[in-house]
Design a protein around this ligand. Sequence first.
Ligand code: FEO
Length: 395
Amino acid sequence: MAHKMTDKVTWVGKIDWELRRFHGDEYSTHRGSSYNSYLIKDDKTVLIDTVWEPFAEEFVENLKKEIDLNEIDYIIAQHAEIDHSGALPLLLKEIPDVPIYCTSNGAKILKAHFHEDWNFVEVKTGDELEIGENKLIFVEARMLHWPDTMFTYMTGENILFSNDAFGQHYASELMYNDLVDQGELYQEAIKYYANILTPFSSLVTNKIKEVLEFNLSVDMIATSHGIIWRDNPVQIIEKYLEWADAYQENQITIVYDTMWNATRRMAEAIAEGIRAVDKDVSIKLFNAANSDKNDIITELFKSKAILFGSSTVNKSIMHATGGILDMIKGIGFKNKKGAAFGSYGWSGESVGILEERLKDAKIEIVQEGIKELWNPDEESMNRCIEFGKEFVGKL
Ligand code: FEO
């Protein structure tokens, strides 16, 4: 169902309430998502982005209810990833000659995805497209989060179409930031940043500064996922600047996996030690094997320090902790301190391996890890409590 945003701009995307996994299994979407596409009717008619391929047919049918497809003068493909370009093949079967405005990388990737020789028009930062009363200004946003990504600014309506940036995987028919539950919105926005944009944080800062230099008034930020920012849209830009700057809260997160609860008991004893010294710090514990990995990443993103624990199994670590460590290495958190712990029965390699993996992920190890043999007794638990006290003292 289309939604009229302004006299000239209509949302024509798809709200996907069912989505629970995105990017394969790389990103959990507890609250669904949306693929936002926008139709601009000025003297010229412009379509910005489309939707994911499974919804292509529905998208094209709904678009026909809004406009005769032959009236579309330009398509803007801000990003070639198929959650936004997936309906292009079906749409272009009907209007094959319509020019597609995109970056040069966008043209390359779209060709590589769809193997079609469409009418690509390559644009770069500062290029403008007159559409009647208003015009569109393009801003390349390379690596936010793909090499092809770009933003489009519409004058007159003062809308920044930002594609993935400032988005959230958050299905809501309320459409706008001021209408939805603020806690849910914040949670989905920070999870999106933590998991998808953290690796590009320095680029985020530079791109925002560059866009601010254009001195554009922004009345709305129309993202490609989730709600549209219309109430104080600058708030999400300010949040991005904060999140991009080695963000951390007064939080320590402990991630572990455990075979028979010995490592879990160690985790809880370490937390007790931290609490004994610091009454204010937020301490969160996650069993990596039964917690959502993207929620864990979000909590690690918010943390000033992180601890990883695993039992030793087959001279190695348990795979769920290994998976999270792979993720944080790729994401590249900055300015976080850490340590390792774990139980063992005979060979006891897990703590050393965890330390190496943390160092490899650029986490600063502030103290030597602790390992305990078999099921911790009172003495072992006291050592873990002291370990927690010592750890918090080093932050
Ligand atoms: Fe929402 Fe990078 O695609």
